[in-house]
Structures are given as structure tokens and as C-alpha cells.
Ligand binder design. Structure first.
Ligand code: EPU
Length: 341
């Protein structure tokens, strides 16, 4: 297999959803497993630090990236198997996540519709266990294939091995920068089960009077809900929610409610409580504010945006200022969701 073209000093602005300026010293587009193996086996590239770039929707670039950026462009979507109680589908890591969700519905295979319109690629989705409107990737995950960047060996991981948590997985810990996810498989239950418990979806049911929406309607509702409160990265640079929703003990939660009875909180299965970070930031008066070209989105305080010409440092400065005021008022440390590079 010939070595794929290695490009030099490539602008990463089109490849990160914040639209931040940065260069990759070298960049290579990985179209399949054989191309990746050729890159890994090339002695001239062996010593370079490597960074795996998916859809670029969960990174904040604060500087140029040295070494070699592996831009994942592995394509392909297929039905792997069908049985009476489930269908397994697979996508290449470079496929656009939303297009893949739309494709499953076109095949008459619902199950991922609550995850419509999440920016990014299929390969990045397991890294942070994407989730929205009552469904997380882990609820529909079957397995994935990856290649070890040290040895070039392929391996397959099933759900338990990925150690999925809230916006978390083994790929953010032991396997961070150690492997490149090549293909991901999802298991879609048959008959499909609609997940309609999220408040925004209950509102849609009340508004429309449609109590038993079909999967296509749920898909359309999710798209409408997201478009109403989340900025389209093609128009306004952003990386979705900038902070995770903090999880606190019942004692901490009681203490905070005593001071701020209006605080939005959700009980978790293990007895802890999840607080709405967007509410905390909003309560500190940040909605619509800016520092330089970095801003807090007007319709959702959890989303930081590039007002046009922001650099990564401005996003980080704004994020720190928000963390400080939320800590000062509520004693809660907000943890960023995207990877700051
Ligand atoms: N809220 C405010 N002010 C704001 C924003 C939110 O008071 O400016 C309150 C809302 O009124 C609501 C609560 O906070 O009661 C929660 O808001 P929302 O339903 O918009 O959800 P979220 O907790 O802010 C999470 C995910 C989103 C996902 C939605 C829907 C995280 C970090 N974010 O947001 O995921 O789409 O739920 O499931 O868990 C992402 O990860 O990039 C992302 C967009």
C-alpha cells in the first residue's frame, strides 16, 4: 500500500467546529485501515507525535498542532445482521454522525433518532459517549474496531470494555491518543422503542397532540428542538455544550437548593443529582456576554461561541471566567466537555 499524501502546514480552521485558527504541521487523510497501517509503518513518520482528528466538533485549538494529524475519513454504512429482536448496523469512523442517523431511518431502522443533529463524526461519538434527549450512545452501542497507533494492530471492543460514562469513555483515559477508531456498530432493538420522556419532547407531544409519534416525527422534533436553542456550527462556531452538567451528592444538592430554590436538578439512578450547568451559568448572568470574540450563546448559556474571529485563547479565557463565577456563587467546579489543545 503506497503512503497516502502527507500535506504540510494545513489550516485546521475548516476542520474544527469552533472555526478557530491553527495549523497542522503535517496532515494525512486516512481513508481505510491499510492507509493507516502504511502511515504507521513509515520510518520517516514514526517519531512524530500523532493527533487523531474526527469531526473536530469537540476540540478547542489554542495553538498549531506539531507532528502528524491523522484526519479520519473512513467511509461506509451497512446493515451487519438482522434478527427478530435486533438489527446491527455499522458505519465507518469518518461518516458524519447526523447523516448516519438519517440513513438508519431511511433504511426503516429507528433507534438513533434522539441523537439527530449532534455535530461530529461516527468515530468521535463513542469517545465522549454522545447523548441527548434521553438516549446515550452506550444505550445503542454494539462494538467498535480500532487500530493501536503504536503497534498497528486491529482490535475490537464491546460496550463494557469501552467503560462508557456520562460524556466519558476509556478513550478519554487509558486509550487517549493510543488508538484510532475505524468502525462503529450499533444495535437497534426490534420492535423499536420510542424514548419520549425528556421535557422538551413532552412539550412537543402536548403542543401537537401526537401522543404516539413515529420515529421520523421524533427525528423531526429533535431537529427542531436543537435548531431552536443550539447554534449551527456552519454559521456560528461552537462545540455544543462547553461544560458537563455537574453531578453532586444529595447533601450538596440540598445545600444548594436551600440557597437557590430555583436550581434545575435531576435525580440520578445512583442517588446523586445532576445540576443543569446552563442554569448555573445563566444565573451568574453570562448569557449573551462576550470576552473579546468569544461569547456565551444567547439562547443556551452552556454553549460558548466564536463571534467571528476568536482565537482558542479567548475561548479558554471566557471559560475560566465562567468557571470562577460559578464556583464563587455556587461552590461548584464546572468541567469542560471539549478537549482543549
Ligand atoms: N437552562 C437555563 N439557562 C440556559 C440553559 C439551560 O436555565 O441558558 C436550563 C433549562 O431551562 C433546562 C436545563 O437548564 O431546564 C437543561 O437545559 P437543556 O435541556 O437545554 O439541556 P442541557 O443539560 O443544557 C444536555 C446536554 C446536551 C443535550 C441536551 C438534551 C450536556 C453537557 N449537555 O444539555 O448535549 O443536547 O442535554 O439532552 O450534558 C452536547 O453535549 O454538546 C450537547 C448539546
Amino acid at each position: 500500500m503506497p503512503l497516502p499524501v502527507v500535506e504540510s502546514r494545513v489550516s485546521l480552521r475548516p476542520y474544527n467546529s469552533f472555526g478557530l485558527p491553527a495549523l497542522a504541521e503535517r496532515l494525512v487523510r486516512i481513508g481505510d485501515e491499510a492507509q493507516l497501517r502504511a502511515v504507521l509503518a513509515d520510518p520517516a513518520l514514526a517519531a512524530a507525535p500523532r493527533f487523531v482528528l474526527g469531526g473536530g466538533s469537540n476540540i478547542v485549538l489554542t495553538h498549531d498542532l506539531p507532528g502528524l494529524v491523522l484526519k479520519v475519513e473512513i467511509a461506509g454504512r451497512r446493515v451487519v445482521s438482522r434478527s427478530d429482536d435486533e438489527v446491527v448496523v455499522e458505519a465507518g469512523a469518518g461518516e458524519n454522525w447526523h447523516d448516519f442517523v438519517a440513513w438508519t431511518l431511511d433504511q426503516g431502522l429507528p433507534g438513533l433518532e434522539n441523537l439527530a443533529l449532534i455535530p461530529g463524526s461516527v468515530g468521535a461519538a463513542p469517545v465522549q459517549n454522545i447523548g441527548a434527549y434521553g438516549v446515550e450512545l452506550k444505550d445503542r452501542f454494539d462494538s467498535l474496531d480500532a487500530i493501536d497507533l503504536q503497534t498497528g494492530r486491529s482490535f475490537t471492543l464491546r460496550g463494557a470494555e469501552c467503560r462508557f460514562g456520562y460524556r466519558d469513555s476509556v478513550f478519554k483515559h487509558e486509550l487517549a491518543n493510543r488508538c484510532l477508531i475505524t468502525r462503529v456498530r450499533f444495535v437497534l432493538p426490534q420492535p423499536p422503542v420510542a424514548v419520549l420522556g425528556y421535557l422538551d419532547l413532552e412539550r412537543k407531544i402536548a403542543e401537537t397532540g401526537v401522543t404516539h409519534p413515529n420515529p421520523r416525527q421524533v427525528f423531526d422534533w429533535i431537529c427542531a428542538i436543537r435548531r431552536a436553542k443550539l447554534p449551527d456550527p456552519a454559521i456560528i462556531g461552537n462545540a455544543g455544550s462547553f461544560f458537563k452538567n455537574p453531578v453532586v451528592t444529595p447533601e450538596q444538592c440540598r445545600d444548594i437548593i436551600a440557597r437557590d430554590p430555583a436550581i434545575v436538578h435531576y435525580p440520578m439512578a445512583d442517588g446523586s443529582f445532576k445540576l443543569a450547568a446552563g442554569w448555573l451559568i445563566d444565573a451568574c448572568g453570562w448569557k449573551g456576554k462576550s470576552i473579546g470574540q468569544a461569547g456565551v450563546y444567547e439562547k443556551q448559556a452552556l454553549v460558548l461561541v466564536n463571534r467571528g474571529q476568536a482565537i482558542g485563547g479567548e475561548i479558554v479565557t471566557l471559560a475560566r471566567a465562567i468557571q470562577e463565577s460559578v464556583y464563587g456563587r455556587f461552590g461548584i467546579r464546572l468541567e469542560p466537555e471539549p478537549v482543549v489543545l
